[in-house]
Design a protein around this ligand. Structure first.
Ligand code: C2E
Ligand code: MG
Ligand code: MG
Ligand code: MG
Length: 292
């Protein structure tokens, strides 16, 4: 019986593997087609100053408007794009579209100071990534200081010596650099000190259970303190409650991002909310001179 059982198991796995591979191939082809057919869209989420509630910038977040499945979140297709290399053309599209959008807003008198764009590990590893970003800035006419590139902590620490050179090349463009999802990777503090970065973004997993989880509060406070000591800006991700905001303000955190202020939304909806000053739970000023 054991034999039969084994064979059955084998057959089961073979089918399951084939199905998984087919699903993956189908999704990959669909994603490639989606990029060609311009089904990708960017949503934008405000980054807010904790002290004055001003808009300090927006983060571009990728979505896929699939004709049959609707709006697909990035977690459902970015890992595959990263594996297959499709992230390279996809990432170029994101960079160009995000920079073009901020330039267009600024030309319209909507003076948002900064556009944050996520860079995947594979994009960061491209030998010519600095040239690519330089070309996008030249092509779109966005001033370099208006672009912030977010790189995850794990991507940076993978080959820290090579990273140092790469970051220096990016920084030389005049752009801003942020470490995304900080606290979830394994940072070497010795390298952190040497990286030419501007900002740490505290991962939202540490914010979620404030104020009930004391360990998360200690970790968050420690990251804020670390940023202050290294003269870096610090932003808390995933701020959903006023209790979280009060805690962060008490610890001296500079900026925040989260549903408490605004969810990511389309360009049109973002501008409508900003113009009408109706961002959820947020009635403060938008930023001096943000609109003519
Ligand atoms: P991320 O860069 O850490 O982006 C922040 C994520 O937190 C976004 O998820 C955002 O919608 C979500 N978020 C913001 N505020 C809150 C909140 O108050 N509560 C909760 N629960 N979540 C909040 P999203 O848009 O689903 O993106 C997920 C991840 O996908 C991003 O995490 C980023 O790693 C990746 N991603 C998104 N767009 C791009 C892109 O253009 N390129 C690359 N390489 N990765 C991207
Ligand atoms: Mg990010
Ligand atoms: Mg993040
Ligand atoms: Mg994240």
């Amino acid at each position: 019986e054991a034999k039969e059982n084994g064979r059955g198991t084998y057959r089961f796995y073979r089918t399951a593997l084939t199905d998984a591979a087919n699903t993956r191939l189908a999704l990959e082809a669909k994603l490639r087609r989606g990029l060609e057919r311009e089904e990708m869209v960017l949503h934008f989420q405000p980054l807010i100053g904790i002290g004055d509630r001003k808009l300090v910038g927006v983060e571009a977040l990728l979505r896929w408007q699939d004709p049959t499945d609707g709006l697909v979140p990035p977690d459902r297709f970015i890992p595959l794009a990263e594996e297959t290399g499709l992230i390279v053309p996809l990432g170029d599209w994101v960079l160009t579209t995000a920079c073009r959008q901020l330039k267009a807003w600024r030309d319209d008198g909507i003076m948002i100071d900064m556009m944050a764009v996520n860079l995947s590990p594979r994009q960061f590893q491209l030998p010519d990534i600095a040239e690519r970003i330089r070309d996008v800035l030249a092509e779109t006419g966005l001033p370099p200081h208006c672009l912030e590139i977010e790189i995850t902590e794990s991507a940076l620490m993978e080959q820290a010596e090579a990273t140092l050179t790469k970051l220096a090349a990016l920084k030389a463009l005049g752009i801003r650099l942020a470490i995304d999802d900080f606290g979830t990777g394994y940072s070497s503090l010795a390298y952190l000190k040497r990286f030419p970065i501007d900002k740490l973004k505290v991962d939202k997993s540490f914010i979620a259970d404030i104020p009930s989880n004391l360990a998360d509060m200690e970790i968050t406070a420690a990251i804020i303190g670390l940023a202050q000591n290294l003269n870096l800006e610090v932003l808390a991700e995933g701020v959903e409650t006023t209790a979280q905001l009060d805690f962060l303000r008490g610890k001296g955190c500079d900026t925040a991002q989260g549903y408490l202020f605004a969810r990511p939304s389309s360009a049109e909806d973002l501008i409508r909310t900003l113009v009408e000053g109706r961002a959820a739970g947020w009635t403060g000023p938008i930023g001096s001179g943000w609109h003519r």
